[in-house]
Design a protein around this ligand. Structure first.
Ligand code: CAA
Length: 283
């Protein structure tokens, strides 16, 4: 299967990172979001992030212009029709993702592979609501996408081998490394990472340490590039809470219960960097 045109749904943190790496790797990219404003902000962010790579000598200047020219934007899902592969990178809510796939179905080609960048939701369940569960997969990128080497590939129960092989080839062409994960709540990375972040929030909640001491402890004591609370702010506290809820509901084990302090921050709208306030104040 020859994948040339890639549709990306969602021009947030993940969608823009995904559009960025696909355009640099030579794919035609159709980037979709619900508003022109979100798309304009997304394109600005991609431009700045590729420029960062150019200024560090990692990407030749002429490649930047070519990559930016390969990205077209649209507010209409129906414009993603020519895509050979579609990557849904919308908000981490199952109803939103399901609605996007339902809206896409009348417009896409029979061979088009559908994927979700979900960090935790069942691929089998998302696939079952489409007309092509055999050509549906979890395609999970890490943040920041242009920097992180790993992509998780998650087969749903019905995913066929040609689909898996096609996506494995795409990951290689992006210069990244694929890890296969079975379709269980939060797959591999977030099954391990999120309980650690949640435990860091409990450590704060119970007064064992301060934001600063918790983050410094993990950075200097365990060589993590970011402390867990700083990382939670970077990922988005709403996303962290959503993933903990998927683990808690899906595995029915109290060890995954979200820390009440995490819930309180999300209820306050303190979602981390994207709202300028989380465990840290970015204002
Ligand atoms: N686009 C392009 N390049 C970027 C970038 C972006 N968005 N963000 C950072 N970079 C580049 C920088 O240009 C820099 O490049 P050089 O090495 O060539 O200098 C490099 O990345 C490091 O960046 P900085 O010097 O600005 O900052 P840093 O050294 O503090 O590193 C970091 C930043 C890479 C984000 C590092 O702190 C890190 O690795 N943090 C942990 C990230 C992590 O764990 N991500 C996974 C989150 S979990 C997830 O994503 C799954 C999920 O579903 C929730």
């Amino acid at each position: 299967m020859d994948i040339k045109t890639v549709g990306v749904v969602g021009a947030g943190q993940m969608g823009t990172g995904i559009a960025h790496v696909f355009a640099l790797a030579g794919y035609e990219v159709l980037l979709n979001d619900i508003s022109e404003d979100a798309l304009n902000k997304g394109i600005d962010l991609i431009d700045r992030n590729i420029e960062r790579q150019v200024s560090k000598g990692k990407v030749p200047a002429e490649d930047k212009a070519a990559a930016m020219a390969r990205i077209r934007t649209t507010t209409k899902l129906s414009d993603l029709g020519p895509s050979d592969l579609i990557i849904e990178a919308a908000t981490e809510r199952e109803t939103v993702k399901q609605a996007i796939f339902e809206d896409l179905l009348p417009h896409i080609q029979p061979h088009t592979i559908l994927t979700s960048n979900t960090s935790s939701i069942s691929i089998t369940r998302l696939a079952s609501r489409t007309d092509r569960p055999e050509r549906f997969m979890g395609f999970h990128f890490m943040n920041p996408v242009p920097v992180m080497q790993l992509v998780e590939l998650i087969r749903g129960i019905a995913t066929d081998e040609p689909t898996y092989t096609a996506l494995h080839k795409v990951v290689k062409k992006l210069g990244k490394t694929a890890a296969s994960a079975e379709d269980f709540p939060a797959f591999i990375v977030n099954r391990i990472l999120m309980p650690m972040i949640n435990e860091a929030v409990y450590t704060l909640y119970e007064g064992v340490g301060s934001v600063k001491s918790i983050d410094e402890s993990l950075k200097l004591g365990a060589n993590h590039p970011m402390g867990p609370l700083e990382l939670a702010d970077f990922i988005g506290l709403d996303t962290c809470l959503a993933i903990m809820n998927v683990l808690h509901d899906g595995l029915a084990d109290t060890k995954y219960r979200p820390c009440p302090l995490l819930t309180k921050y999300v209820e306050a709208g303190w979602l981390g960097r994207k709202t300028d306030r989380g465990f840290y104040d970015y204002r």
